[in-house]
Design a binder for this molecule. Structure first.
Ligand SMILES: [Zn+2]
Length: 113
C-alpha cells in the first residue's frame, strides 16, 4: 500500500471529501508501474476506481466513480476482457431497442406506474 497522503485520489472521497479509512482502499490489480485501486467511502457510500501510473518524475492518476463494491472489483479483475466486437454488438442492440429500453427503465423507476 502506498503512502495514501501521496495520492489525493486514495486519501479522500472526491464526492463528499471525507477521508478514507486505510481498510477502505484496496489494491485490485498491479502490473508493472500501473496500479488499480478501489476505494469505498463510508460517509456517502460511493466507490471510486483509481488508476495510478508511476512515471519518471511523477505520478499520473485517473479516477472513476462507481457503484461496484470491492468484492465486485476483485471478481471483475479476473473476468475475461470485453472485446471491441462485444462493445459494438451491445451498442447496436441498445440502438435498435432504445424505445423498449427507455420504456422499461421508466417503468422500473416508477415514473409511469
Ligand atoms: Zn464520500
Amino acid at each position: 500500500m502506498p503512502n495514501l497522503n501521496s495520492y489525493p485520489l486514495l486519501n479522500h472521497c472526491p464526492i463528499c471529501h471525507a477521508l478514507y479509512a486505510k481498510e477502505d482502499v484496496r489494491l485490485v490489480e498491479e502490473k508493472d508501474r500501473a496500479k488499480l485501486y478501489h476505494s469505498y467511502c463510508q460517509a456517502c457510500c460511493h466507490g471510486l476506481l483509481a488508476y495510478v501510473l508511476e512515471v519518471a518524475g511523477g505520478v499520473s492518476s485517473l479516477g472513476l466513480i462507481t457503484d461496484a463494491s470491492g468484492v465486485d472489483m476483485a471478481r471483475l479483475a479476473n473476468d475475461p476482457l470485453v472485446t471491441a466486437e462485444e462493445c459494438v454488438a451491445a451498442h447496436r442492440c441498445i440502438l435498435e431497442n432504445s424505445r423498449d429500453l427507455c420504456q422499461r427503465l421508466l417503468d422500473m423507476s416508477g415514473k409511469l406506474a
